[in-house]
Design a protein around this ligand. Structure first.
Ligand code: KIV
Length: 250
């Protein structure tokens, strides 16, 4: 079965998708061994690993570098990777760059926005594609922040039509970011492919989070929709302080 067939069949059976991001070998291995459904090498890399203020400056080479590390740690879950900003402006450019990511070990690529021509070409070339609609982090500078989507009737209608267009173009799943919950529910109802939400309410067909947010590893930045399941920053710093004290006392 292809990834798309698996995802559609899981949705039809009511099996929800739990997805998380990884950027390095140990995290990817721990996620895989924990049973996660899909690992995304997100371009959130720029923010949570490289300390940049957004995802805009992440390069294809950086994605390949981190994808290869993740790939080495994963034997079970599908590994998807973001095409970074400005790497899929035309269908041909998208195909050339997506092929580099597949060659580096990706099982699927994700791209942001309503780009059916890019998606159709990738899919007809044998590459699995995950769509991403709603708040598009690669547009954050143009939009002046991270704003919720689908608040007005016209925006909601446009998002629903865009979701249907991405399914028609061949996407295997659709990430919905910061989409109003009733709209996410309606999109999820109308699509055969699963929706995977981030800050988009409980009724998507799955959820995705940035792993350091889930683990409480970056207490200086916590998106309002994230309920961390751990506070790993505290044991991290306690272990470091214990080490410092032990070394200094010896
Ligand atoms: O870059 C990323 O990590 C993402 C997810 C948060 C959806 O696109």
């Amino acid at each position: 079965m292809t990834l798309k067939e698996n995802l559609i069949s899981a949705k039809a059976r009511g099996r929800r998708q739990a997805w998380l991001t990884a950027y390095d070998y140990p995290s990817a291995r721990l996620l895989d061994e924990s049973g996660i459904d899909l690992i995304l090498v997100g371009d959130s890399l720029g923010m949570v690993v490289l300390g940049q203020k957004d995802t805009i400056d992440v390069t294809l080479d950086q994605m390949i570098h981190h994808l290869k590390a993740v790939r080495r740690g994963v034997t079970r879950a599908p590994v998807a990777v973001d095409l970074p900003f400005h790497t899929y402006e035309t269908p041909d450019q998208a195909l050339a760059n997506a092929r580099c990511l597949v060659d580096a070990g990706a099982d699927a690529v994700k791209l942001e926005g309503l780009l059916p021509d890019q998606i159709s070409l990738l899919v007809s070339s044998g590459i699995e594609v995950i769509g991403h609609l709603g708040m598009l982090p690669q547009q954050v500078r143009e939009e002046g922040g991270y704003h919720r989507k689908g608040k007005t009737d016209s925006e909601a209608e446009a998002l629903l039509l865009a979701s249907l267009a991405l399914q028609k173009a061949g996407c295997c799943a659709l990430v919905l970011e910061l989409v109003e919950a009733p709209l996410s529910r309606e999109i999820s109802r109308q699509l055969d492919i699963p929706t995977v939400g981030i800050g988009s309410g409980p009724d998507c067909n799955g959820q995705i989070l940035v792993t350091p947010d889930l683990l409480g590893l970056q207490p200086w930045f916590r998106p309002s929709f994230v309920k961390p399941k751990a506070d790993l920053a505290t044991p991290f710093q306690n272990a470091v302080k214990e080490f410092i004290a032990e070394v200094q006392a010896s």
